[in-house]
Design a protein around this ligand. Structure first.
Ligand code: NAG
Ligand code: NAG
Ligand code: NAG
Length: 701
């Protein structure tokens, strides 16, 4: 029996089966209870033994077994021993069976005809076998099951019909199988599931229907199955589970949606299976686990969210009030780069958190602290950034055991690359760290056609928690909860464009900012294959003029990727200063100037397509009569500087290759280490003024 279950690729996630399976496997493989010869007149080539046997409810028995597997016979051997309990005829060539071939075996309990040649169930005529409990017909060529297909098998508890060619099953096909506990229909050619079939199966506990292309489960589809404990709906191409699809499954404990096309958690449907303990959603194209996707499931013990190619984030309050949840597996999700610090709420029993082999750069202290009973955690196989966000591993969580600590390594910062997480000297680290928008969640280019709806995800972890905003191609800032012009920024940082039109094409930049700094990444949205071509200049204006500051503002060109501002003033010893600014910031206060100073300011904006726009302006701070007077010489410096900028701009513009691929030659990502706010800049400015060469040696662009 164990072999057949393993044959079925969709059964392997089912805990209930697996438990049985392991028991059986352990016995048979390790020979805990060896088979002993059964001394009877045994048909030639067959083996007659007394072997261990388990009922469908896992009670142990010793069974008189006749093993005629793999003999390539086309009929059942004659004169089988009268006391035969288990008859194994797997991998033969039998296409037809008359009752008299088996009817004399009054105690026949299990019959294995898997991997034979039945193409019509009417050729299986051994119907009056009152003690038959287990019938294996998997891996034959059955195409349809008419009404009454198994009449006369009223003791049947297990029926294996998986891996046939079944496309038609009549409503009364299973008539009379009032005791059937387990039905395997997986890997056939069914296109719908008829709830009429199930009316005949009131005792059914395990149903496997995966591997059939059934695109939808109807409301009340399983309603008659009030005793069902385990349901496998794997590999069916399911896109959507209607709210009442699981209605009536009062005893269901184990449910698998493995390998379907679900793009969201079927949360309404799940609320209707109150006793669910094990849920497998692995291998579905979910992109987010959203707020309250798993909520108030009183019995849920284990949840699997593995191998999801599209999964990007687990949002705030994604799992809430699951009092029995002990194990959460979220592994092998190549884009999963964000788990919200408050993703898990009221999970008092959670012991094991498997997060290995994702794209996580960190895990927030709050996430761990919200799990009072956490015992072990797996984080290996993630590109961890060993900074202050994850410093809790060294301090606050001594009771949490890391699985595979040797392979739980830092990927960043460069000086800690390949260092084991637990060996990082976190104590010496600052309490604050920069935002980081993880790369895997962010594709640099998205194609869409008019009318489609688009979601662009952006998440970041930092200490303190960063603010997130988006910048449109025309430079407007969209903050969280913004909802205008067809744009919507959700709480978690996802930008939604509900109905895309070609007017939406262009560069969108997500900016994550906290008091330490800013990270930003841009995505190029192409609509209907059209690239934006408008090419307008940048305008720079000096607004407020103070004794010690100049307030600059500008209107950015379309599809800006980033800006830098440089200024120099006519003060002896003053150097050229610069600030690198994320897009969406359209003004800047240049401070700590001296009264009556003549300053020259240039703004450079890089735009999509590898082009650069430059604008310069001159202004003089308000005079109090104590200003410096070295204008001529310094004005020349400023002029030279702007000329240099213009040359660089031209070079960049005509750089070979920059036209062929608008996004490849210019980085769409950037990090601003100095925040574009005044206080921090003021602090740094003094040093720059003294050294005069504190400007990074590598160009910003
Ligand atoms: C069938 O099983 C019953 C009960 O175990 C037993 O008494 C009987 O002898 C068996 N029949 C044969 C033919 O072995
Ligand atoms: C913290 O890290 C140091 C190594 O820098 C290590 O010796 C110490 O045991 C760690 N503490 C905890 C609680 O893991
Ligand atoms: C610019 O900075 C100066 C000096 O710090 C300050 O007095 C002024 O209010 C600032 N202007 C704006 C608009 O923030």
């Amino acid at each position: 029996m164990w072999k057949i279950i393993f044959n079925n690729p969709f059964g392997c996630r089912m805990r209930l089966l697996v438990v049985e399976l392991i028991l059986i496997w352990a016995y048979s493989a390790q020979g805990g209870i060896p088979a002993v010869p059964w001394k009877v007149q045994c048909p030639s080539q067959c083996v007659c033994q007394i072997r261990p046997w388990y009922t469908p409810r896992s009670a142990y028995r010793e069974a008189n077994t006749v093993d005629c597997n793999d003999l390539f016979v086309s009929s059942v051997p004659s004169s089988l021993p009268a006391g035969t309990h288990t008859l194994l005829l797997q991998s033969n060539n039998i296409a037809h069976l008359e009752l008299q071939e088996l009817g004399y075996l009054e105690n026949l309990t299990e019959l294995d005809l898997s991997q034979n040649s039945f193409s019509h169930i009417r050729d299986f005529k051994a119907r009056d076998l009152p003690n038959l409990v287990s019938l294996h017909l998997e891996e034959n060529q059955l195409e349809s099951l008419p009404d009454n297909s198994f009449f006369g098998l009223e003791s049947l508890e297990e029926l294996y019909l998986n891996h046939n060619q079944l496309s038609v099953i009549h409503p009364q096909a299973f008539l009379g199988l009032r005791r059937l506990l387990r039905l395997h229909l997986n890997s056939n050619l069914l296109t719908s599931l008829d709830s009429q079939w199930f009316k005949e199966l009131p005792a059914l506990e395990v149903l496997m229907v995966g591997g059939n292309m059934v695109s939808s489960i109807l409301d009340m589809n399983f309603k008659p199955l009030s005793n069902l404990r385990s349901l496998v709906l794997a590999g069916m191409g399911l896109k959507d589970i209607s709210d009442f699809a699981l209605e009536g499954l009062q005893k269901l404990e184990s449910l698998s949606f493995y390998d379907n096309k679900l793009i969201g958690v079927p949360k309404e449907a799940l609320q209707r299976v109150p006793n669910l303990k094990f849920l497998d959603l692995n291998k579905n194209p979910l992109s987010r686990i959203k707020q309250k996707d798993f909520e108030n499931m009183a019995q849920l013990k284990e949840l699997g969210l593995n191998s999801m190619e599209e999964l990007v984030s687990i949002d705030e309050m994604a799992l809430v009030n699951l009092p029995e949840l002990t194990k959460l597996e979220v592994t092998n999700n190549p884009k999963l780069s964000f788990i919200h610090p408050r993703a898990f709420q009221k999970l008092p029993r959670m012991e094991t958190l498997m997060l290995n082999n994702n794209a996580l750069s960190s895990l927030h202290r709050e996430t761990v602290e919200s799990l009072p009973n956490l015992q072990e955690i797996a984080m290996h196989g993630n590109p961890l950034r060993c900074d202050c966000v994850i410093r809790w591993v060294n301090a606050t969580a001594p009771h949490v055991r890391f699985m595979e600590p040797q392979s739980t390594l830092c990927a960043e910062p460069p000086e800690l690359r390949r260092t084991q997480l637990r060996l990082v000297p976190f104590r010496e680290m600052s309490d604050h760290c920069l935002p980081l928008i993880p790369v895997p969640s962010f594709s640099p280019r998205v194609r869409a056609s008019s009318g489609q709806s688009i979601t662009l995800h952006c998440r970041a972890l930092a200490e303190p928690e960063p603010q997130i905003y988006w910048v449109t191609p025309s430079g407007e800032r969209l903050t969280v909860s913004a909802d205008w012009g067809g744009y919507k920024v959700q709480e978690e940082g996802t930008l939604e464009i509900q109905v895309v039109s070609s007017a939406h094409a262009g560069v969108y930049t997500c900016v994550a900012q906290n008091l330490v700094g800013t990270d930003y990444k841009s995505v190029y949205l192409m609509v209907n294959q059209i690239s934006p071509t408008r090419d307008d200049p940048v305008q720079l204006q000096v607004g407020e003029v103070g004794e010690r500051h100049l307030l600059l503002s500008w209107i950015p060109p379309l599809n800006a990727l980033g800006c830098s501002l440089r200024w120099s003033c006519l003060t002896p010893g003053a150097s050229v200063e610069r600030a690198r600014l994320p897009v969406g910031l359209n003004s800047y206060n240049v401070t700590r100037l001296l009264p009556g100073e003549e300053c020259r300011v240039c703004l450079r904006v890089s735009i999509l397509g590898g082009r650069v726009r430059t604008a310069c302006a001159s202004a003089r701070t308000r005079d109090t009569g104590t200003g410096y007077k070295h204008r001529g010489q310094k004005a020349l410096t400023a002029l030279a500087f702007c000329l240099l900028l213009a040359v660089i701009g031209l070079l960049a513009r005509y750089r070979p290759g920059s036209r062929t691929d608008p996004t490849s030659t210019w980085s769409l990502t950037g990090r601003v280490i100095y925040p574009p706010i005044i206080h921090q800049w003021d602090k740094d400015k003094k040093e720059e003024c003294i050294s005069g060469i504190n400007v990074p040696a590598t160009p910003l662009w």
